[in-house]
Design a protein around this ligand. Structure first.
Ligand SMILES: N[C@H](CCC[C@H](N)C(=O)O)C(=O)O
Length: 263
């Protein structure tokens, strides 16, 4: 089977994109998705995203997300932003989008080369000292620490992701965070389902921004996140303690190359 694919990246979080409106790829084909994401034997990516016909009236499209391990997973913020850029490239949308993903409905806007994605509201944040845990469409264990650049993220992240706290309930992503300046944080991420450090994580930086505000580490409601792959910003409205809405993740999303693969 010949598959046309498009490679996108959003601050270094990279994805294989496939226009699956004609259902060329089966969602059950874990082996194929894993091969396509393999950086030696396939195209190589942190994840694979299908653009599909909408199930929900009024939506422009549907998003289906797979981690590099081939399994369908929870929401991907950078992937959602790249999918909006892909939908614009295909002419499915102009500069606004409404779509449904595994975690529910999303709005998005394209402006001046940046893609802004509205994330789900947050209404529960667990805090233990310098650690916070919350779900922004994907689960995130956040560690506020120092010298983030010196961390062995793959080792330290895996130890938390496979710890008794998480291993038997789906695991978690792990974000290591250091305050850079007022309302600006450095973030490095160990990503579940990639089982390695990724250069950026959209649901992760969203979780970091909310956790920083909720724990008093940030005063503003627009936070800058500096990740190894670039910069993202997250804006939000605090309704009451640990309740946040109108959460938007903004950053670049670019097509790197396109191609065809026989498989
Ligand atoms: N690997 C994550 C999903 C992708 C998250 C990340 N790529 C993002 O941009 O949100 C998980 O299984 O929870």
């Amino acid at each position: 089977m010949k598959i046309q694919f498009y490679k996108y990246q959003g601050t270094g979080n990279d994805f294989v994109m496939i226009d699956n409106r004609h259902k060329i790829l089966s969602k059950k084909d874990t082996k194929l998705v894993r091969l396509l994401c393999d950086r030696k034997f396939g195209i190589g990516a942190d994840g694979l995203i299908l653009l599909e016909e909408p199930d929900v009236k009024g939506d422009d499209f549907k998003m289906v997300y797979f981690n590099a391990d081939g399994n369908e997973s929870s929401m991907c913020g950078n992937g959602g932003r790249c999918l909006v850029a892909f939908a614009k490239y295909l002419g499915v949308i102009e500069n606004e989008a409404v779509f449904t993903a595994v975690d529910g409905p999303h709005k998005a806007k394209v402006k001046a080369g940046m893609v802004s994605l509205q994330m789900q509201n947050v209404s529960e944040i667990r805090k233990f000292g310098n650690v916070s845990f919350l779900d922004t469409g994907s689960p995130h264990h956040i560690v506020f620490t120092k010298n983030v650049k010196d961390l062995k993220v793959k080792e330290e992240g895996a130890a938390i992701r496979y710890s008794d706290a998480y291993v038997n309930n789906g695991g978690t992503n792990v974000n290591f965070v250091e305050a850079e300046e007022e309302n600006t944080f450095l973030v490095r991420t160990y990503e579940r389902g990639v089982e390695d450090e990724t250069l950026s994580c959209g649901t992760g930086v969203t979780a970091v921004a909310i956790a920083a505000n909720a724990s008093g580490r940030a005063t503003g409601n627009t936070i800058k996140l500096i990740v190894p792959g670039g910069e993202l910003s997250v804006s939000f409205e605090k309704e009451e303690e640990d309740h946040y809405k109108n959460i938007w993740l903004t950053g670049p999303a670019e097509q790197v190359f396109k191609g065809e693969i026989e498989c």
